[in-house]
Design a protein around this ligand. Structure first.
Ligand code: SF4
Length: 375
């Protein structure tokens, strides 16, 4: 059970975007701004949670979307104020905001910084304008460099950049150029996601997936180019300079408790999982009628939680702590999955020592199959 004083993460979901990207299958609504009614409901939801989950220590706040950088600075300030008013927020709280480079300027970033944002996650995706257009992004590469410079001038130097590989028509040289340019921006964190063409998206009906051998070559270039710049892989898709991992996301992978606000946001509290309705009107209705929006509740068994600890922890290069696993579940991974673990070690997917169990680079590439063996 989660105790009073537990350190938690807070996730705030802003589901609005200027327009839908051609590859996106997330829940997002077209809008040029974030409606006041939505901001008011979010603040109310945070207040309701503060009553219910009082006295948790918030060590990270992550404002994601959608496009959170559509928020007016005064609205962002109100939302952060609500979190600070309802919870005990650590003095060194990591406060990340996801930014679309096409929606920020110098003044906005100064105001965001004053509101408490100390980490920016910039959705760059590619350094070629033709690929950005193909993806349906609203920005160009120049907007990315401008955003990085403006963020630094505003005092936000903990900068993460998102890139996408395996984009149809993207060449190996395109990908190397994207990586090199991000290195040139001196980003301290990079997330690299492989594009999958999802049914229902514009790109699904227009393009075929890139050749698997090219995608694999892009992965190995990622390790080589980022690694060579001192930006090391610490999770399947995430790379960071020393001390610059995303503390918020590491919290998810360590299965620490978190509270999610906004439509579609999830929460984990002890053995309980909550999920807000993904539909904006349904979520708004729940909040405005004074009911908690955490509508779907799942109570996890001990063995569900042990599986999740392995599934999430094995996403990280350093893997899962064996002493912590044992103290949490009164069993070792070997007593629960011995045969499967031995087999995965034999084929080179996994290894372990006295303190930790982890996936090899080969195992990280087939993480889904690893989890399948543990079910
Ligand atoms: S900005 Fe992000 S959430 Fe919005 S449509 Fe594009 S990919 Fe989807």
């Amino acid at each position: 059970m989660t105790d009073v004083g537990t350190r938690i993460g807070v996730y705030i979901h802003i589901p609005f975007c200027i327009r839908k990207c051609a590859y996106c299958d997330f829940y997002s609504l077209p809008s040029g701004d974030v409606p006041k009614r939505f901001v008011g409901a979010l603040i109310r939801e945070i207040g309701m949670a503060a009553e219910r989950f009082a006295r948790a220590n918030v060590s990270t706040i992550y404002i994601g979307g959608g496009t959170p950088s559509l928020l007016k600075p005064e609205d962002l300030d109100g939302i952060i104020h609500a979190v600070r008013g309802g919870f005990d927020v650590d003095g060194d709280c990591e406060l990340t905001l996801e930014a679309n480079p096409g929606t920020i300027d110098a003044d906005k970033l100064i105001a965001y910084s004053r509101a408490g944002v100390n980490r920016l996650s910039i959705g760059a995706q590619a350094s070629q304008d033709r690929l950005l257009a193909l993806l349906g992004r609203i920005h160009r590469w120049d907007d990315v460099t401008r955003a990085v410079n403006d963020a630094r001038r505003a005092g936000i130097d903990n900068l993460s950049v998102d890139l996408i590989y395996a984009i149809p028509t993207q060449t190996l040289n395109d990908w190397r150029d994207s990586l090199n340019r991000v290195v040139g921006l001196d980003a301290c964190h990079v997330s690299c996601y492989e594009l999958t063409l999802e049914p229902g998206t514009v790109m699904y009906n227009t393009y075929k997936p890139i050749d698997e051998s090219v995608a694999l070559a892009m992965q190995s270039d990622t390790l080589r180019i980022l690694g060579g710049a001192g930006i090391s892989r610490y999770e399947i898709s995430n790379y960071a300079k020393p001390g610059k991992v995303s503390r918020h996301n590491v919290g998810y992978w360590l299965r620490r408790p978190y509270l999610g606000f906004g439509p579609g946001a999830h929460s984990l509290w002890g053995a309980e999982r909550f999920a807000n309705p993904s539909n904006l009107d349904e979520w708004l209705g729940g909040i405005e009628s004074g009911e908690a929006a955490w509508s779907i509740t799942e109570t996890l068994t001990r063995s569900d939680a042990a599986f999740e600890t392995m599934m999430l922890g094995l996403r990280m290069v350093k893997g899962v702590s064996l002493p912590l696993f044992q103290s949490e579940y009164g069993a070792t991974p070997f007593s629960l999955w011995g045969g499967a673990l031995e087999e995965m070690r034999r084929v080179g997917w996994m290894d372990w020592g006295a303190e930790r169990i982890w996936l090899t680079p080969l195992g990280l590439d087939v993480h889904n199959a690893v989890c399948g063996r543990l079910l």
